[in-house]
Design a protein. Sequence first.
Length: 429
Amino acid sequence: MPESHDSAVPGVAIVGGGPAGLIAAEILRAAGVEVDLFEAKGSVGRKFLIAGKGGLNLTHSEPFDAFVARYGTRSGAVSRWLRRFDADALRDWARGHGVKTFVGSSGRVFPADLKAAPLLRGWVRRLRESGVRFHVQHRWLGWDDDGALHFGTPQGERRVRARATLLALGGASWPQLGSDGAWVAPLQQAGIAVAPLQPANCGFDADWSAHFAQRHAGAPLKPVVLHWNDAHGTAQQLQGECVITATGIEGSAIYAIAADLREAIHRDGGTTLWLDLAPGREATRLASDLARPRGKRSASEHLRRSAGIDGVRAGLLREAAGTALPGDPQALAALLKRLPVRLLRPRPVAEAISTAGGVRLEALDHALMAQARPGVFVAGEMLDWEAPTGGYLLTACFASGVVAAEGMLAWLVAGGNATPASGTGAAMR
Ligand SMILES: Cc1cc2nc3c(=O)[nH]c(=O)nc-3n(C[C@H](O)[C@H](O)[C@H](O)COP(=O)(O)OP(=O)(O)OC[C@H]3O[C@@H](n4cnc5c(N)ncnc54)[C@H](O)[C@@H]3O)c2cc1C
C-alpha cells in the first residue's frame, strides 16, 4: 500500500527545478530562508541541459530596448523583471559560478565551453552545500482542500505545508524532460487564470506530396528569405535558415516568425509563407538568366545551370507549380522569388522549443504572487509571455525567478499576510 504522509517545511517550497526555480532557491537561501525544492523528475535542470546541446545560448548582448522588444505584447511586464536582472546580470551570475561567457558573431551570449552540464552541476552542488533540500521524484498534483501542496512520489502521496510557495513548473514543450503543462488544471481550479498553452518557436505542417516529403525531408534551405504578413497585416521579410521536414518546415528562421504564423493560422485557418529561393539574385537578373536558350537541356538541367535551382529548391518549385512550370522567364523568376507555401497548423507544443500562453500576468501582482492565492508565486516559462530563441527565453526565466524570490522574501518579512513591499498589489500587465 502506498503511504501518505503530511509534513510542514520550515520555510518556502519551490516546485520545479528548472532555471527559474533554482535561481529563486539561490536567492532565498542566501537571504537565510529555509528552502525545500520539489522536482517531478529524478534530477533537476533537464531542459537546461538539453539547451546545452545547442551551445546554451544564455542571453543576448543587444541593447536593453531592443532586448525587451523581443517579448512583444509582454515587453512592458518583462522589462520590469529585466530591470531587476538583465542580460549583464545573468552573465555576472554565470561568472560568479566560475563560467565565463562570450558574445558570438550574432550577438548571442554563450558559456565559453558551450556547455550547460558543468554550470548546472556546480550550481546544484553549491545550492546543496548552502542548505537547499532537494526532493526529487516529487510530482506536484495540486492543492488539498486545506491548502497543503499535494505530491505524488514513488513512496506514495505526500502533503506539504510551507510559509510560501513558488511554482516554477515550466511550459509544455518537450514533456519527456519534465514540464508537461499538467499544472494548468489545478491552477485554474484555484482561480488562477491561465491563457491556453500553445507552441512557440515551433515548426509548421505544410501539405507536401508524399513524393516531395520522402525525397526532401531533412534538406536545409540556407540561405532563404521568408516573406510573411505580421499580426497587423504588414508585409515582413527575414533572411535565415530553415529545414524541410516530413510534414512541413522548421528551423531558426521559422521559429523567429512562428508567433505571427501561429496567430495567422489561428485567425484564418491557415496562412501562406513565401520563400525566396534565389536570395541575392534580383528578379530581373534571374529572368534574363532563365531566358537564355535552353538547347537540348531538360527543364531541370536548365533551372540548375541558369538559376542554381536544384535539389530541394527544385522540389519546392514543383510542389507549388506542378509539372507545368511557367514558360515565361519573368513569371518563373517571380515564382522563384516568391514561392507560396501554405502552412496548415503549428506542430504540437510537445515538439516546440518553448510554450506561449500560461499563467496570465493579470492574475499576479508585481511580485508575481497569485492574487487568488496569497503566498503562491509563479515564475519562468509557465507565465504567459513568449520570445524568439536567442537567449531571451532563459533570461526571462532567470529574471522572473529573481523577481518572485524577492517577492517571497518581502512576503515573509511582512509576516506572510500583507502585500509584498516590492509589489503595488496591482495586477501585472
Ligand atoms: C531543445 C531546447 C533547447 C533550448 N535552448 C535554449 C537556449 O539555448 N537558450 C534559451 O534561452 N532557451 C532555450 N530553451 C528554452 C529554455 O530551456 C526554457 O525556456 C527554460 O528551461 C524554462 O525554464 P523554467 O525554469 O521556467 O522551466 P523548466 O526548465 O522547464 O523547468 C521546470 C521544472 O519543473 C519540473 N516540473 C514540471 N511539472 C512538475 C510537477 N507537476 N511537479 C514537480 N515538478 C515539476 C520539471 O521537471 C522541470 O525540471 C531551449 C528549450 C529546448 C526544449
